[in-house]
Design a protein around this ligand. Structure first.
Ligand code: NAG
Ligand code: NAG
Ligand code: NAG
Ligand code: NAG
Ligand code: ZN
Length: 234
């Protein structure tokens, strides 16, 4: 499936494949989708990785889940609107759980879009509508809670790197419902959201491979000082 013309068509095809109208069709993550090239997607996915160390201040945060929200409707290259990482430890709010960059980013974007002194200065209802222009890039597939929030927000597109299958295999406890399943089950919502999985997973996977595997090399700039899986910046 290459060169999809619009998120609607892309999503309809996904739904069509769920409805059993043909063999499952999954976009090649390196193809140009909705007019956006793989190189551009890779750039934003790298920023989702980078957001982690930028916001947490550590090159090896344990829960390395990062999200950026981009406006691709301005131009295929896209513009950063906001980012988010795991913040449940700061706020005590479990809806900002470890694989929660997504909710944190949606909250952060809402604050940025409605900030009366900010660049956007949107009203609450304008901010809600704004999400239909935006694409959410997250370095790991969302849990069903966050995937549902992404659908309710009405994002234009949702792009993830590392899959729930890989997270599970590498020791991260997950709820075993894929984003594809959540999206397929959400056809009754008024909005549609394109889904592109496994984008740049060769670069997102390493963020999740060391935590439960003492033999896996530490991320750059980090070392294992104590026993167990916790790493420290060198
Ligand atoms: C993410 O969440 C976990 C669990 O709440 C916490 O231990 C960790 O410090 C948080 N932050 C980062 C950047 O990993
Ligand atoms: C996204 O870009 C479109 C096209 O320029 C613009 O109309 C819209 O206001 C932008 N959305 C946000 C949230 O910046
Ligand atoms: C919110 O997004 C902005 C813009 O990308 C970023 O500078 C800031 O660190 C983010 N804040 C939080 C709390 O994640
Ligand atoms: C990861 O794969 C993409 C193509 O899928 C490639 O462009 C990129 O250079 C690769 N990254 C590394 C670090 O090899
Ligand atoms: Zn989640």
């Amino acid at each position: 499936m290459v060169n999809m013309k619009s998120p609607t068509i892309f999503f309809s095809l996904l739904i069509a494949s769920f409805m059993g109208t043909g063999p499952a069709k999954v976009a090649d993550p390196t193809s140009t989708i909705d007019g956006v090239s793989f190189e551009t997607r890779a750039r934003w996915m790298r920023l989702a990785n980078q957001a982690l160390s930028d916001i947490s201040g550590s090159p090896c945060p344990f829960a390395a889940f990062g999200t950026v929200i981009i406006n691709h409707t301005d131009s295929p290259v896209g513009k950063l609107i906001c980012m988010g990482i795991n913040e449940s430890h700061k706020t005590g709010n479990p809806t900002l759980h470890a694989d929660l960059g997504e909710i944190a980013a949606i909250n952060n974007c809402t604050d940025i879009l409605t900030d009366p002194q900010g660049d956007f200065r949107l009203t609450a209802s304008e901010a809600q509508n704004a999400f239909s222009d935006l694409s959410v890039y997250t370095n790991a597939e969302s849990c069903p809670m966050c995937a549902s929030a992404i659908r309710w927000a009405g994002f234009r597109e949702y792009i993830y790197g590392t899959s729930i299958a890989i997270l599970t295999e590498k020791g991260w406890g997950q709820i075993q419902i894929s984003s594809m399943e959540v999206f397929a089950a959400s056809y009754d919502l008024p909005t549609q959201t394109g889904l592109i999985g496994n984008v740049l997973s060769n670069e997102t996977d390493p963020y999740f491979l060391w935590q439960y595997n003492p033999a896996y090399p530490c991320p750059k700039g980090c070392s294992r000082r104590l026993t167990g899986s916790t790493l420290n910046p060198t």
